[in-house]
Each structure stands twice: as structure tokens, then as C-alpha cells.
Design a protein around this ligand. Structure first.
Ligand code: R5P
Length: 293
């Protein structure tokens, strides 16, 4: 109990200064609770509003992907250049030192492999375990138009319900089936469904035509996956175009860890995402860093 005698009279009321109610910097996130916002502010840099998520969760359905054979040797040295690390709980607990304070986005869906139907997933991590791992968000794959579309959507809504109780945001990852057209109409449909049903942010793919319509009609932030490995200059251009057209960052895997110089590449991507560096300058930065070794 504080001492009640000799209490200094309170007088700094500043009655003439209205309390500021600051808007939260992230699109569509102003009405979320404090813990949810705080976690999102760890993923998205409050200054640039954007994020570089380093995605290394590919093993959850395809095993030891090229570049991810030894996450301890190949990926951990890159973490210092990422805003967020997206991975499975198996790799988190077996390989990532808890002293590494990078915000974690945990892959929370699973149950299928490349040998079977990929859309046949379920929630594969309990929210209690996400809390235990101190994650900043949970990622769930959503297969709009896929064979198990409804199941994957319900996985997402369940995770959102449980995550909301714990203050943990859900990232909806739009997965495109082999037969689906990768066009603006499809991505508007997929991302909007995820956002309407409560996803806190959505991952999708960049497309050359009409990407700005995908970002503008999605009420929450969009980040782009990198997709299959392409030349570094093209990947930097893709990231640049996505940011200019309304994306709030990248969730990039193969175009970083399969690069000739992953450490140079992630720094160049970072410059594009956070400093609006042009693709040409970012590529030059990549070459300079690569040549320095
Ligand atoms: C894939 O299943 C995962 O969700 C990846 O995290 C995602 O595709 C991003 O990785 P990449 O840039 O290699 O496409």
C-alpha cells in the first residue's frame, strides 16, 4: 500500500490538451485488442508499415527442400535481416535457439504431403502450444476452389476464434491449386474471403496484371509469397512492384534461401520492402554484397 500521508497533490491534468487516440498504423487493424496489435507491430515494422518474413516452413509438406537441408547452417545466419521467421514448431524447437528474439509466425496447419492431395489439411498446432512458443502469429493454408476448400476455411476460422481468445493474429495463406488460374479475379476472391472471415493478414502471390485491385479490395494487409526461384533481379522487381501496388511486405522463401547469395539477397529485399529501394539499385546492392562475399 502506498503511504497515504504527505501525498503530493496531483495537478498535471493538462485539461486543455485532449488525449490523443492514435490510429494503429496497420491497415484494417485499428479495432483489434492491444495484444493482437502488439504482436502485429512485431511482425510489421511500425515505421515502414511493412515486413520481410523469411519463410522456411516448406518442409511441413515437402520434406528437406533445396536450401533448407540444414536450417541451422543455412538459415539462422539470415535471421538478423528478417523481421519475422515463418517456420514449423518442429524446426523452432529443434534448431532455433530461444535466445533468438526474432518474432515467430508458426505454421499451424498440416496433415498432407506432396504425395497426396495437398488441400486435405487440418489444424496441426494447438493454440496453447502457440502461446507456449510465444509466437507472434499463426499461419494456416486456405485452398479456395480446392478439393477440401470448406475444411481449409473452417481450419482458418477455428484458428481465428482460438487465436483471438489468446490475442494471437492469424495469417491466411492462399494456396493455389494446379488447375486454378493465377489471375486478379482469383486472388481478389481468395484474399477477400479470408479477410471477410477474420484473417488478420493474408499471404498471396504477386501477379503482373491487376495486383493493385487485389490489395485495394482486401481490407487487411497483404504480403506476397516469393514463389519458385527466379533470377535475383526479377525477384527484387517483383517485390518492388508488389510494395508499390499496395502489399505490406513479403513472406519470401526460395528466392532468398535458394539464391546464389542468400545473405546478400535478403538484405536487398529488405531495402526494397522498407526503404522503397528501386529494383535496379537493390540488384546492384545484391551484387556488391555478394561480391564482398
Ligand atoms: C509454402 O508452402 C509456404 O507457405 C511458404 O512459406 C510460402 O510458399 C513462401 O515461400 P516461397 O517464397 O518459397 O514461395
Amino acid at each position: 500500500m502506498p503511504d497515504l500521508d504527505g501525498v503530493k497533490e496531483a495537478k498535471s491534468f493538462h485539461s486543455d490538451v485532449p488525449q490523443k487516440t492514435e490510429g494503429f498504423f496497420l491497415k484494417g487493424s485499428n479495432s483489434l485488442d492491444w495484444g493482437m496489435k502488439n504482436r502485429l507491430a512485431r511482425i510489421f515494422n511500425p515505421e515502414s508499415g511493412n515486413t520481410v518474413m523469411l519463410a522456411v516452413d516448406h518442409g511441413y509438406f515437402q520434406g528437406p527442400t533445396t536450401g533448407l537441408e540444414r536450417i541451422d547452417l543455412n538459415i539462422l545466419p539470415l535471421v538478423k535481416y528478417a523481421d519475422t521467421l515463418m517456420l514449423t514448431r518442429g524446426i523452432l524447437r529443434s534448431v532455433v535457439p530461444p535466445s533468438m528474439t526474432v518474432p515467430i509466425v508458426i505454421r499451424a496447419s498440416g496433415g498432407s504431403s506432396i504425395l497426396k492431395e495437398l488441400s486435405n489439411e487440418e489444424i496441426a498446432v494447438a493454440v496453447e502450444d502457440s502461446i507456449r512458443m510465444n509466437v507472434s502469429a499463426m499461419a494456416v493454408q486456405v485452398f479456395i476452389g480446392g478439393e477440401y476448400e470448406k475444411q481449409s476455411i473452417i481450419n482458418m476460422t477455428r484458428l481465428i476464434d482460438e487465436g483471438t481468445r489468446a490475442g494471437i493474429p492469424t495469417l491466411a495463406v492462399t494456396a493455389v491449386g494446379k488447375d486454378m488460374a493465377r489471375d486478379a479475379r482469383y486472388f481478389r476472391l481468395a484474399t477477400r474471403i479470408c479477410a471477410e472471415l477474420g484473417a488478420h493478414y493474408v499471404k498471396t502471390y504477386y501477379i503482373e496484371e491487376g495486383f493493385e485491385t487485389v490489395t485495394s479490395c482486401c481490407p487487411v494487409p497483404i504480403v506476397i509469397a516469393g514463389g519458385k526461384k527466379i533470377p535475383e533481379a526479377d525477384a527484387l522487381k517483383m517485390a518492388y512492384n508488389a510494395i508499390q501496388q499496395g502489399a505490406n511486405g513479403v513472406d519470401m522463401g526460395r528466392n532468398i534461401f535458394q539464391s546464389e547469395s542468400p545473405e546478400a539477397m535478403i538484405q536487398a529485399v529488405n531495402a526494397v520492402v522498407h526503404k522503397n529501394e528501386t529494383p535496379d539499385k537493390a540488384y546492384q546492392m545484391y551484387l556488391d554484397l555478394r561480391n564482398k562475399g
